[in-house]
Write a protein that binds this ligand. Structure first.
Ligand code: ADP
Ligand code: MG
Length: 737
């Protein structure tokens, strides 16, 4: 069938019918497995038993039939090494069977066994391990993560691959990936939250606990740029580094504030629609699409899901955007700062906690008694952000996000929490043991619409009406009605690591809240309201310094934060040091999310990656300047010089060409000298073999010279005639949609 016809048919099928068709859902599994086998699988998935061979064989058989019906020829364990992307290796279902030892009567059949489903062994030596394994003991295993559904991905040639979401661990069981630690952090958070919930609301003797599991929920807003692929292909810096290393802003960029929520360009709408279609089939509930603040910048956001699934789905979203953009002759740029001087991209992680009964624990409900529960969870989150702000900063640190954090439109390296006027007042009133101020502001209570007065309900203060949480787009960590929005996360990074650190820190604080409550209760079987209030008060007071309602981009905040004792971490290497900082380190290990060697290995991987990123950028910049920019400038100078000499009879020594040449000469000489210096310093840094030292040196020594080189090149871009300038400019890159 022709592509066009197929697309037309697909488009005519309503989207709800397509939703999840490429996912092997529990329902598909239930339909294809004998009842007792399915029941046994469910018990395993819920952590109540280990998976036996008979069950895994049956599931493998069922999923193979399901996948082959949809064109699958191969399967792949799909996992998340510490590279911010996913990894896969395809194995075909093909097996050769022979009826005799002499290989007579060999015939091919398709098989997929339970053990193939459960485990695979990629050569782990080529993935980052931070020195945890040397190459000669490079065993690593991928193991099926039964909590995340399997799915098929169609390939360009019409076949398909069955994906088995997996974790990636070493021979000793150490986590080599992002997913294992995220799963562990979800588990420890669930236990700590359940403990507090059951303390607040104990089950009568002989009855089961009211809440058995608490899930982290995550809604991930993904920002990105889309640029014309042909222009992109002419920019080695975009191709190699994902960001432009030189280039000036055009006179008009985002000042008019006309791109945000503006009309989405038609090529972009077509591409994003196609992305949505692919993702619906994969069960990714993409919901929103819109223009972002900068020209050529866009955002998509799904409906929130349980964190592990949300992370899988975010990675699939980035992959689909990347692939589909290609088909539309566009290039998706996920870098946090592809273009200097205009907004960068983030990945806002909307984060909340939900019980197994579907209650959002960060939802400020209307009943005062449940508000104490809300407030206890709220102060636990604030306590976590206060005590481990440095750690949260580590989780969002990278060479690329450094260009965004602290730039004038992004949260700085200071981690603080925003609560909104309303909630802040609630906390203050509790702290000061006074009634809550009345918030009945008339302009909020009712909105006049064409003469009609609509009553918008304003609850008394402890019940925070969702519509009333005002917004602060400058805060790195903002409460937005019934969830926190962790806005400082980088657009390019996997959301897994920052969420792992957040979950773990909150788990530790929840335990402290529970301990304080137990101490307060003394011999009482359950806490009174006064006990709860006393604990809430204590935590409000201790976490007060981390709450900030003002403008996080202002320099006054940096000074104020310092007075409050908050850290202002300016560089990624400084951020990574936070992983080994005493209180963070012991908390992560005590919570069982990392062991000693995993934490050190991660620290090394991050340091190593930072240094590599900076060195690659430096190398790219050197090559662009030496092989593209300088030759173009020389050519232009030659033209000017010929003109000046041809016209010297007329102009004498003061021809306009000569003036321009005189203006260019010192800049060109300085650029040459700066590039030579960059080359020399890069070589020195490349020779440092201690990763942390190398990373700090890259930050301190290479970045400032790169800035100087850029300044020279950008000056020349303004002065050299357009026809000699060899690289597409920001104007073309940002305004060709
Ligand atoms: P806002 O406009 O305030 O950012 P939206 O409702 O558009 O809020 O939500 C932004 C993202 O937050 C969406 O992905 C949404 O699904 C997600 N979200 C909403 N509620 C929750 C929750 N309880 N937990 C996690 N994410 C949530
Ligand atoms: Mg938002």
């Amino acid at each position: 069938m022709s592509e066009l016809r197929k697309n037309a048919i697909i488009a005519s099928v309503s989207r709800d019918q397509l939703y999840g068709t490429n996912v092997f859902t529990l329902k598909d599994m239930a339909n294809s497995l004998p009842k007792p086998v399915f029941a046994s699988f469910l018990r395993q998935m819920r952590g109540r038993q280990t998976l036996d061979k008979a069950t895994s064989d049956a599931v493998a058989h069922a999923v193979r039939i399901w996948a082959m019906d949809r064109g699958a020829t191969h399967f792949s364990h799909w996992f998340q090494p510490q590279t911010d992307t996913t990894a896969e290796k395809h194995d075909s279902f093909l097996t050769l069977k022979s009826t005799s030892v002499l290989n007579e009567g060999v015939h091919a059949i398709d098989t997929f066994s339970g053990s193939q489903l459960l485990q695979s062994e990629p050569d782990a030596s080529s993935f980052p391990s931070g020195g945890m394994r040397t190459t000669f003991e490079a065993r690593g295993y991928t193991i099926w993560d039964t909590t995340s559904p399997m799915f098929i991905q169609p390939q360009a040639n019409g076949t398909a691959v069955l994906y088995v979401p997996s974790v990636f661990i070493s021979y000793n069981g150490d986590a080599l990936d992002e997913k294992t630690v995220l799963l562990r952090s979800g588990e420890t958070l669930s236990r700590a939250a359940c403990d507090l919930l059951n303390l607040l609301d104990p089950a009568p003797p002989g009855h089961p606990r009211v809440v058995n599991q608490v899930f982290t929920t995550l809604g991930i807003e993904q920002e990105f740029f889309l640029v014309d692929r042909a222009l992109y292909a002419l920019r080695p810096d975009l191709k190699i580094c994902g960001r432009s290393l030189i280039g000036n802003l055009p006179p008009r960029h985002q000042q008019m504030e006309d791109h945000y929520f503006g009309k989405i360009p038609s090529r972009v709408v077509s591409a994003i629609s196609e992305v949505e279609l692919e993702l619906y089939k994969l069960g990714v509930p993409l919901k929103t699409r819109h223009n972002e603040v900068a020209p050529a910048q866009f955002e998509v956001a799904p409906i929130f899901e349980e964190a592990m699934i949300a992370v899988d789905h975010n990675l699939l979203t980035m992959d689909a955007l990347h692939k589909v953009a290609h088909r539309h002759k566009l290039k998706a740029l996920f870098h946090e700062k592809p273009f200097s001087g205009i907004n960068g991209s983030g990945k806002h992680c909307n984060w909340a906690l939900s019980t197994d009964r579907g209650e959002n624990l960060l939802e400020p409900t209307e009943k005062p008694e449940t508000n104490y529960r809300f407030l206890l969870f709220l102060v636990a989150v604030l306590d976590a952000v206060h005590k481990h702000g440095g750690l949260l900063r580590a989780g969002i640190s990278s060479a690329s996000n450094d260009h965004r954090l602290g730039a004038n439109e992004a949260p700085p390296g200071i981690i603080s929490a925003f609560l909104g006027e309303h909630l802040t007042e609630v906390l203050h009133s509790i702290e000061e043991s006074r009634p809550v101020k009345n918030f009945s502001r008339p302009e909020i209570q009712s909105i006049k619409l064409g003469g009609r007065v609509l009553d918008v309900k304003v609850s008394t203060l402890p019940n925070i009406a969702r519509d009333l949480t005002d917004r602060n787009r400058t805060s790195p960590f903002a409460f937005t009605g019934n969830k926190f929005e962790f806005r400082a996360v980088g657009s390019k990074q996997s959301p897994s690591f920052p969420v792992t650190l957040l979950n773990t820190a909150v788990a530790a604080s929840l335990r402290e809240v529970s301990a304080a409550l137990r101490a307060q209760m003394g011999d009482r079987p359950y806490p009174t309201d006064a006990d709860k209030l006393a604990v809430i008060k204590k935590f409000i007071a201790s976490s007060r310094p981390v709450c900030f309602e003002g403008d996080n981009y202002s320099s006054a905040w940096a000074e104020e934060a310092e007075r409050r004792g908050l850290q202002n971490i300016r560089s990624a290497p400084e951020g990574f040091e936070q992983l080994l900082e005493k209180s963070n380190h012991s908390m992560l290990i005590k919570e069982g999310v990392f062991n000693e060697s995993e934490l050190h290995s991660r620290y090394h991987i991050l340091m190593e990656r930072y240094a590599k990123d900076v060195l690659i950028e430096a190398g790219t910049l050197i090559s662009i300047i030496n092989t593209t920019v300088l030759p173009a400038v020389f050519e232009y100078r030659q033209v000017l010089a010929s003109a000046a000499s041809a016209l010297s009879q007329i102009d004498g020594d003061s021809s306009p060409e000569r003036r321009l040449l005189a203006e260019l000469a010192p800049v060109v000489s300085k650029l040459q000298a700066d590039v030579a210096k960059l080359d020399e310093v890069s070589k020195e840094v490349a020779n440092i073999d201690d990763a942390p030292k190398q990373s700090h040196a890259a930050y301190k020594q290479i970045l400032p010279i790169m800035e100087a080189v850029r300044a020279g090149a950008d000056f020349l871009e303004y002065r050299v005639a357009d026809k000699y300038w060899p690289l597409p400019k920001y104007t073309e890159l940002l305004f060709t949609s």
